[in-house]
Design a protein around this ligand. Structure first.
Ligand code: KIV
Ligand code: ZN
Length: 515
């Protein structure tokens, strides 16, 4: 048995750096849902947001701090009084709060962005860390762009942060520039040169611009880092952050080499990845390590033969370890409510009676059109259509006439309270026609920003999963819909996005177009 006594702490920044991914915008409830799932996953720290950034960010950090038990809850702040005070305001009800302060240390950032001298940065670090410490015992300090900073100055800044009370020093490779050997060496040098370093925890935060974030984080661990920051599915600024599921499974699968362990409940990885992808609207690439659709798929005959004879010939991890559940029971149109409930429970979904009713109704509709309902179909039903916000508008019927020689026309029926409203419209294509007909009923002037269509499973009767992003009053809302008919899935997704606008903006604040 390898010695795995060294513990690595996992700091999740899906809700902060991850949410900075272009096009991603989560509301407070969605952030809470993800935070609860991260707690089930067993992360040590949840960076819940950047409280000064917006009232929405502030509210989300405050709600997570109040509600989520288990992990440390961190909030980000630039190293100035206003940011730090606001971060503390949001965090103070957390059972285990942490203020995370940062300022850049590279000459390029000092000269062009901060317009500060090194002495000014040093003074700001002393003052800011001390202020954060006056509120909160647990203070993390990050010298932004550390990997491109002058090492002597970097060490001076880190020493000042320790003297002022920092408990965690986080070394970011902000622009994903470092190579593994170089980054490992940087951590080793910091450990060798910074006075007092043995009193604090060393953390790393790597970006993936060159695809090296996980490799750099592992190199840092080999050189003494004890905390790794990252995001689920590797989302984050530009090319993203260290993909936590990859890092955790690398440490576990190669525990013989790294000699470390984490507190992650690996069986929750797959579910967390699906939840984050679904709420952020960021698909997971098929060949993504650990959580991609193809991560455990064997295509070549030789490989299939090998796996059938002995799984370990071509699989270094068992998919059940990350929570991919395999079942021999096939659900179809003759399956009852009880069978659906127990399958959903096996998949980890605990629905109340009303949610189960809704799931069962959608399951029956789908089973009428599709012979076998797969686990992925069930997950899509629950994630996209059951655990939803209140529906101001509900899709009743859709009729589309289209072809290469006709003008696409859509007739849509939406239930609005007790009333059934119907409208027809022509469009550039069938989806456009459907959305225009929906707009005529809702009269909410949303602007479609993106549209994605994916097949949930393979085959001619695959369920189509549509994600749309719409903009209203400068905010982005994500809607999702599924159906074996991709036009119906599109209409469901669009109506879902509009329902979110109504729910979040509030009916009384909506500007509705004249009829
Ligand atoms: O990439 C970065 O440098 C950051 C810091 C705020 C830690 O996200
Ligand atoms: Zn970052």
């Amino acid at each position: 048995m390898p010695d795995t006594s060294k513990r690595i702490y996992i700091f999740d920044t899906t809700l902060r750096d991850g949410e900075q991914s272009p096009g991603v915008s989560l509301n407070v409830e969605e952030k809470l849902k993800i935070a609860h799932q991260l707690a089930r996953l067993g992360v040590d720290v949840i960076e819940a947001g950047f409280p000064i950034a917006s009232p929405g960010d502030f509210e989300a950090v405050r709600a997570i701090a109040r509600e989520v038990e288990g992990p440390v809850i961190a909030g980000l702040a630039r190293i100035n009084d206003r940011d730090i005070d606001r971060a503390w305001e949001a965090l103070q009800e957390a059972r285990r709060p942490r203020i995370h302060v940062f300022i850049a240390t590279s000459d390029i950032h000092l000269k062009y962005k901060l317009r500060m001298t090194r002495e000014e940065v040093l003074a700001a670090v002393r003052k800011g860390v001390a202020r954060a410490k006056s509120y909160c015992q647990d203070v993390e300090f990050s010298p932004e762009d550390a990997s491109r900073s002058d090492i002597d100055f970097l060490c001076q800044v880190l020493a000042a942060a320790i003297e002022s009370g920092a408990t965690v020093l986080n070394i970011p490779d902000t622009v994903g520039y470092a190579t593994p050997a170089e980054f490992g060496h940087l951590i080793a040098e910091i450990r060798r040169r910074v006075p007092g370093i043995e009193k604090v925890q060393i953390s790393v935060h790597c970006h993936n611009d060159l695809g090296l974030a996980v490799a750099n984080s592992l190199a840092a661990i080999e050189n003494g880092a004890l905390q790794v920051e990252g995001a689920i599915n590797g989302i984050g600024e530009r090319a993203g952050n260290t993909a936590l599921e990859e890092l955790v499974m690398a440490l576990y699968t190669r525990r013989d080499y790294y000699g470390c362990h984490t507190a992650i409940v690996t069986e929750e990885i797959y579910r967390t990845s699906k939840l984050v992808s679904s709420l952020t609207g960021m698909p997971v690439q098929y060949n993504k390590a650990i959580v991609g659709k193809n991560a455990f798929a064997h295509e070549a005959g030789i490989h299939q033969d090998g796996v059938l004879k002995e799984r370990t010939t071509y699989e270094i991890m068992n998919p059940t370890m990350i929570g991919v559940v395999q079942s021999n029971i096939v659900l179809g149109k003759h399956s009852g409510r009880h069978a659906l409930r127990s399958r959903l429970e096996e998949l980890g979904f605990k629905l109340n009676e009303a949610e189960l009713d809704k799931a069962f109704a959608r399951f029956k509709e789908l089973a009428d059109r599709k012979k076998e309902i797969s686990d992925r179909d069930l997950e899509a039903i629950v994630e996209h259509e059951v655990k939803q916000i209140p529906e101001k508008f509900a899709l009743e019927h859709i009729h589309i006439s289209t072809g290469n020689r006709v003008v696409p026309t859509a007739t849509i029926g939406l239930r609005v309270g007790e009333e059934l409203k119907e409208e027809a419209a022509c469009g550039e294509g069938p989806v456009d026609a459907a959305f225009k007909a929906i707009d005529k009923i809702t009269r909410i002037p949303v602007c479609l920003k993106s549209y994605t269509l994916n097949a949930v499973t393979g085959g001619k009767d695959a369920v189509g999963e549509v994600t749309v992003k719409v903009e209203y009053a400068g905010r982005v809302f994500i809607g999702r819909g599924i159906s074996t008919d991709v036009l119906e899935a599109s209409a469901r997704a669009y109506v879902n996005a509009i329902n979110k606008v109504v729910y979040e903006i509030g009916e009384e604040n909506l500007q509705v177009l004249e009829a």
